[in-house]
Write a protein that binds this ligand. Structure first.
Ligand SMILES: *[C@@H]1O[C@H](CO)[C@@H](O)[C@H](O)[C@H]1NC(C)=O
Ligand SMILES: *[C@@H]1O[C@H](CO)[C@@H](O)[C@H](O)[C@H]1NC(C)=O
Ligand SMILES: *[C@@H]1O[C@H](CO)[C@@H](O)[C@H](O)[C@H]1NC(C)=O
Ligand SMILES: *[C@@H]1O[C@H](CO)[C@@H](O)[C@H](O)[C@H]1NC(C)=O
Ligand SMILES: *[C@@H]1O[C@H](CO)[C@@H](O)[C@H](O)[C@H]1NC(C)=O
Length: 480
């Protein structure tokens, strides 16, 4: 059963802010090991006292709302209110409890999510995927349990799980600033995109969902204008033009015309699309994990000037990826390291891509099957500076997350100039001074926290991750 490890049902403890200074670089498990070893040096009663005090402390600092009841949620709110102002002054979110066909059942039927392969590994661990045990020895030891093989389209369950545990979740719709619709739209339509499925197959669940949500009493307040959803696939998968074309028409349905969407690739002209980072494999549980990772990538000795990790697609004429791969292989003496992605090599089970990014100053990021690319985030996470060839790959896409000034964290080279030979990639990169490279890398490293999705159900202690930023942004937008 996939739901067995689901984060919805779990509430793992994590070090609270006050404790965390003693446990920098350690998991909660490590903290326990620490108290076990102290048994050798202190009388038992001291240990018992410490444990009891710790328990009491944790009871008061762990605001875990699972299982949920209205009473516990209200108590939790009051507790944090008296502690330090109102931590939810920017807003509260109400999460619809949808019929399971719209979310839970999709996970349970993970074999059917994709016509070619089982997605059961991908949806496991609350959407983070299988633990990346293959990265032991590549990432710092204490961080190995925070790495998963996260699939690029799994944001729907990831965000749903976080939001259910959020301290600003409310169970009283009257007090909500925002309403979250946890429909896994991308997983739902992913089943019907290929083969001989009809457009009505692709739209069926979406239509049912809209009908359901329009029957809810709080929908009519603003016709869905204070509602939002997560779309874990690309924008064109939800915007079908004409009959029998690609995708569903979910985003075009009249019922959706006011609903904001957190989406991994936005269409720049559509104000309802809000670009959020693709999930990477790193899902820290504490501030210390993030800080540890940042210093690891900062101190890394990078032996390649640049790199390219990518696959090639048959049937796409003049695919730029084919050109880059060939260029990078030709330039291996000139500082380029290539990883040719075949089958699963780059998606899961192989540490080659992460190691390549960790060892390179720059990473080449062409458009993929669409403009955006999960690899941009994998690259930046490794402290490597992305080289962009189409503006839409990064700029104007993820405004809440990436630095405003494109040149501060990335290099832009127009793909047309590469194709006609007027720009040499190596030439451009070699001209950038070491000091400038250092500055850009620092900007990338500074951005890392905003690009990761934490695995602590309630989020990190003080660091705001991609989810915190997205939810805060939604509250700001809805309060205008
Ligand atoms: C799709 O094609 C398969 C055989 O390739 C067939 O068994 C199935 O009935 C078809 N489905 C539809 C909806 O036409
Ligand atoms: C919301 O408005 C629509 C259209 O005016 C109406 O059909 C529907 O019954 C209303 N829903 C509720 C729950 O009031
Ligand atoms: C990087 O190289 C420098 C100089 O060669 C060395 O002092 C340092 O320990 C290396 N750092 C790592 C993390 O390997
Ligand atoms: C790489 O080298 C081969 C053989 O010299 C050449 O045919 C190819 O065009 C080169 N690729 C690029 C992108 O320059
Ligand atoms: C190459 O393409 C760029 C961008 O389209 C153009 O400005 C430039 O003039 C072209 N150069 C050559 C030599 O064709």
């Amino acid at each position: 059963m996939i739901f067995k490890k689901d984060f919805i049902l779990q509430c793992p403890l994590r070090p609270s802010p006050l404790l965390s200074f003693t446990s920098i670089g350690m998991d909660f498990k490590d903290t326990k090991a620490f108290s076990n070893s102290s048994r050798r040096y202190y009388p038992t009663w001291i240990l018992v006292l410490i444990v009891v005090l710790l328990q009491i402390y944790l009871i008061f600092t762990t605001t875990c709302f699972v299982p949920l009841s209205p009473a516990t949620a209200r108590e939790g709110d009051q507790l944090s209110n008296t502690a330090a102002g109102d931590p939810c002054s920017s807003g509260r979110v109400f999460v619809y409890d949808l019929p399971p066909i719209f979310n839970k059942q999709l996970l349970e039927n993970c074999e059917a999510l994709d016509p070619w392969t089982s997605r059961c590994d991908d949806v496991s661990n609350g959407g983070f995927g299988r633990l990346a045990t293959e990265l032991v020895g590549v990432v710092p030891g204490g961080l190995a349990p925070t790495w998963y093989w996260s699939e690029q389209y799994m944001l729907e369950p990831i965000i749903h799980n976080r939001i259910l545990n959020h301290k600003c979740r409310t169970l009283e719709p009257e007090s909500a600033t925002a309403f979250y619709i946890p429909f896994y739209a991308g997983l739902s339509i992913g089943r019907f995109l290929w083969q001989n499925h009809t457009t009505s197959d692709r739209d069926r669940d979406s239509e049912k969902l809209i009908k359901w949500v329009q029957d809810q009493p709080y929908w009519n307040r603003s016709n869905g204008g204070d509602h939002f959803i997560t779309l874990g696939r690309l924008t064109w998968d939800f915007k079908r033009w004409g009959n029998n074309e690609w995708g569903s028409s979910f985003a075009f349905m009249p019922g959706m015309k006011n609903v904001a969407r957190l989406i991994v690739e936005r269409e720049p002209s559509d104000p309802l699309d809000i670009g959020v980072p693709f999930p990477t494999g790193f899902h820290p549980r504490s501030d210390a994990h993030v800080l540890n990772w940042q210093s690891f990538v900062r101190e890394r000795n990078r032996t390649n000037l640049f790199c390219f990790a990518g696959g090639t697609r048959h049937g796409i004429k003049n695919d730029f990826r084919v050109l880059l791969l060939s260029y990078c292989i030709n330039e291996s003496a000139g500082g380029c390291r290539a990883v040719k992605c075949t089958a699963n090599r780059c998606a899961s089970g192989d540490s080659a891509v992460l190691e390549t990014f960790l060892d390179s100053d720059f990473c080449l990021q062409p458009k993929g099957d669409s403009y955006s690319r999960k690899s941009v985030f994998d690259c930046m996470l490794a402290g490597s500076i992305p080289v962009i060839f189409w503006e839409r790959t990064a700029y104007g896409q993820y405004e809440w997350f990436l630095p405003d000034e494109a040149g501060s964290y990335s290099v832009f080279i127009d793909q047309k100039e590469v194709r006609n030979g007027s720009a040499s990639i190596r030439g451009v990169l070699e001209k950038i001074s070491r000091e400038r490279v250092r500055k850009m890398r620092e900007k990338v490293i500074e951005t890392i926290p905003k690009l990761v999705y934490a695995s602590a159900p309630e989020g990190l202690e003080t660091i705001k991750d991609a989810f915190d930023i997205a939810l805060h942004g939604i509250f700001q937008r809805f309060k205008l």
